[in-house]
Design a protein around this ligand. Sequence first.
Ligand code: CA
Length: 241
Amino acid sequence: MMNNKYKILFVEDDSNIRTVITTLLETEGYQVIWAGTCKFAQGLFTSHQPDVVILDLGLPDMDGMRFLEFVRRDSLTPIIVLSARSNDRDKVRALDAGANDYVTKPFSTEELLARIRMILRNYQHRADSGKLPGGKFQVQDMVIDYDARQVFIAGKEIKLSQTEYNIVALLSEHCGKMMTYSAIIKGVWGYPDEGSTKKLQVNMANIRKKFGVKPGEARYITNELGVGYRMNGDNADIQDS
Ligand code: CA
């Protein structure tokens, strides 16, 4: 992590957490600007154009969700939500509103740093259009050929059903982002029905088996129970929880 001058906007009203995390991020070479309220954060976001936002949801003037919506009105800047709220509904709400990832307090600083690195890498990926020439996409040793609708791992073709392929392709288009079950279902089937989450889980289990991923391993795709799935970028240092 030498020479990274990525700018992080840290929105947090708790001064203890703010000091600890700001020091940590600066030690890692990031440039940090911070705000303790939604209103101040909006001003900083507009004037500084940060590369990443780390957002606490419990802020004194407004719900952090409002800031999230403000950013998503016209920007794709990655947002990691940091919150004491641990129930799945809040996570789903934040992710569906456009958060890229979610870290629940208390969290390990290593975990937070890993998430930031992954998001920056994937965002970089996407800025380079995320894809290799000729309609291909690669993370780790997995290659997707969008034109041929084929997936390869370590050069070997993995035979997927149409639905399985559609799920993998969709996750790859949002690589690095935790996608909720309902967002994936909408993207793949177009509409939700009673059995869709189950259907998605069955398909995912098949995909993992075909990819040769052992239970509990998060090599290509991470599952957060009750929330959704994320295709991981190049780093394998985030494990299934
Ligand atoms: Ca707070």
